[in-house]
Design a protein. Structure first.
Length: 278
């Protein structure tokens, strides 16, 4: 997910029981409903000025976690960026072999890379990279996703789990499109740029994870920048790694240097001109 608000109507709903009223739970008391609405320039809901059907999505604090939920009778429950999620924790502590995404980096044993995740989304891949010891800059151009990530990192940094706080400390969140921001860095080039554009191949099915489907619905009119890969290739010092559905075409029709293929997805690896240096 790569600066503008989606045409989807998003409203700020009241916190549910256990939200701000829970005091300092889960990393400190979040802002009030009115403060959140002001910060993100979004309407309050419910309100005399905003009818229920005018809100496609609701943003609110659920037990101190900033959460997003589709405003539909049959919608699934709210989602938030939660780096303390039990499934993610288990995945990190009990993996028998390196994650495919780590193999795609091409890092030497014990080497720390500076990585840019140019399409941060829910931040899960960036977390995996940071948990492996790398420094990760996350870029997100969606106002809502940036707010969700910011809240998730806030709670992770304040966690009683020291390991989680250390990992969060390796992650730096930026708001906006990655290409112009990276060009402004001048001679500072990341070792690797990671891209996971979710358009256009994924659709609603049992194979699409709940969090990805929610983003597809919210950001349906915000496809990635047309030159996302070309820009990344001009900026990365070593390589660009692109995550794609297993049977999808090449991003921007550019053939990769090589691939790592799995059952449902693959990593297309593009070596840059400077990949032989350092």
């Amino acid at each position: 997910m790569l600066l503008s608000m989606s045409t989807s109507r998003i409203c700020i709903a009241p916190s549910i029981e256990g939200g701000p009223a829970a005091g300092t739970a889960r990393g400190g008391a979040p802002e009030s409903q009115a403060q959140l609405a002001t910060r993100l320039s979004l309407p309050l809901w419910p309100s005399e000025k905003v009818a229920d059907e005018q809100c496609d999505f609701l943003l609110f604090y659920d037990n101190a976690c900033l959460s997003l939920q589709q405003n539909d009778q049959g919608a699934s429950g709210p989602l938030c960026v939660d780096f303390e999620d039990a499934t993610l924790t288990y995945r990190q502590r009990h993996s028998r072999q390196p994650e495919a995404i780590l193999k795609a980096l091409g890092a030497k044993h014990g080497e720390t890379l500076r990585i840019v995740d140019a399409t941060a989304g829910w931040g899960l891949d960036a977390f995996v990279l940071a948990a492996a010891g790398h420094r990760v800059d996350l870029f997100e151009r969606s106002v809502i996703l940036h707010a969700l990530l910011q809240d998730g990192l806030r709670r992770a940094a304040a966690s009683v789990d020291e390991r989680l706080a250390v990992v969060a400390g390796r992650m730096t969140l930026h708001f906006g499109d990655s290409s112009p921001r990276l060009k402004a860095w001048g001679d500072v080039h990341p070792d690797v740029i990671y891209l996971d554009p979710m358009f256009p191949e994924r659709s609603k099915s049992a194979k699409v994870k709940k969090n990805m489907y929610l983003l597809q619905q919210m950001l349906h009119d915000e496809p990635p920048t047309e030159t996302l890969l070309r820009d990344a290739l001009s900026l990365a010092r070593r390589r660009v790694v692109v995550k794609r559905p297993a049977h999808a075409g090449f991003l921007e029709d550019i053939r990769p240097s090589f691939q790592l293929t799995g059952k449902s997805s693959r990593f297309d690896i593009y070596l840059t001109r400077n990949s032989g240096a350092g």
